[in-house]
Design a protein around this ligand. Structure first.
Ligand code: PSU
Ligand code: MN
Length: 309
């Protein structure tokens, strides 16, 4: 095992035996959901995987060491640890040198999952191109990272706080494949659709597993690593009321502007603001979204493990 990261016993055993594993990120726990629901959610996502015969690998950095698979005390530190750093890929060496802890973003989680050999990852929403990025250059490292790591990320697209059209353009430029899971349109997190059509739709976990195997074959021949965005919408029945969504979104964007929030603080600011301004409704929808993604990721990881045999 590498000295630069630590793989938990259960994850190491599952990988060695070719059993399904799903990575889970920790920024959603530390910065994306309010306490104490974040701790409940972190446990619930893991439990959902276990019930489906899938080994959970929640990823975070503890005292400088990236952990692939957290125990209960690790999960509590992420959820309740207060001043946990939000760690993207570029922060990992700095946390290591300082023996500091951090909750990993989609980018850092996918990057670490790849190092450990975990092929499937479930999250809520991806980071993307921020509104006004043509001025600020604020684009999440999630996009560029997914171009170069062999990890399939199941998300409900990107939040409408971002520029969805620009995010899809950037994923195209970066050669990150995007497939709609049971949909022809890219979702917009709280809403089932963003109105943006996708080139490719899949309707089963087996189809996604076949795509992953095709990527594996290329990689075995020396091609570079490539990620995959599996866009899994919330159902129309469960989605947030679009009118309410639009109202709260407009208010949140204006508040971020007034507060002068910049850089990596933007996403947590908006997420927190929106939970407050929606009276908690956005949070319930957010949790349903993440549960849906964990379910689909479990199916994909199971189909992928079967396809590898
Ligand atoms: N989008 C969400 N919830 C989240 C995040 C994004 O709906 O919790 C988090 C993820 O960890 C993602 C990160 O990787 O925010 C992106 O932040 P930034 O825009 O600073 O790259
Ligand atoms: Mn940013």
């Amino acid at each position: 095992m590498s000295a630069s990261f630590h793989v938990s016993e259960s994850v190491a055993a599952a990988l060695a035996e070719g059993r399904p594993v799903v990575a889970l990120e920790s920024t959603i726990i530390s910065h994306g959901l309010p306490q104490p629901r974040n701790l409940e959610a972190a446990r619930e996502f893991e439990q959902m995987l276990v019930e489906r015969g899938v080994t959970p690998a929640t990823i975070a950095v503890l005292d400088g060491v990236p952990q692939i698979g957290l125990d209960e005390s690790g999960i509590e530190r992420i959820a309740l640890g207060g001043s946990m750093a939000k760690a993207s890929v570029r922060d990992l060496p700095i946390l290591a040198a300082r023996r500091a802890s951090g909750a990993t973003t989609v980018a850092a989680t996918a990057w670490l999952a790849a190092r450990a050999g975990v092929r499937v990852f479930a999250t809520g929403g991806l980071g993307g191109v921020h509104r006004g990025a043509s001025e600020t250059f604020d684009e999440s490292a999630d996009l560029d990272t997914l171009a170069g790591v062999p990890v399939a990320v199941v998300s409900a697209g990107v939040k409408s706080v971002l520029d969805i059209a620009a995010t899809l353009e950037r994923l195209e430029t970066l050669s990150v494949p995007v497939v709609g899971y049971g949909t022809d349109e890219f979702p917009s997190f709280w809403l089932a659709s963003s109105g943006h059509r996708l080139d490719w739709r899949v309707d089963s976990a087996a189809e996604v597993a076949a795509i992953l195997r095709a990527q594996d074959a290329w990689r075995a021949e020396g091609a570079g690593a490539q990620g995959l965005v599996v866009a899994n919408p919330i159902s129309l029945a469960e989605q947030w009321d679009p009118v309410e969504h639009d109202r709260v979104l407009t208010e949140a964007l204006a508040a971020a502007d007034t507060a002068g929030v910049r850089g990596k603080a933007v996403t947590p600011f908006l997420l927190k603001y929106i939970v407050g301004a929606s009276g908690g409704t956005s949070l319930e929808v957010n949790l349903d979204i993440a549960r849906g993604n964990v379910r689909v990721a479990a199916e994909i990881a199971t189909a992928y493990a079967a396809a590898c045999h």
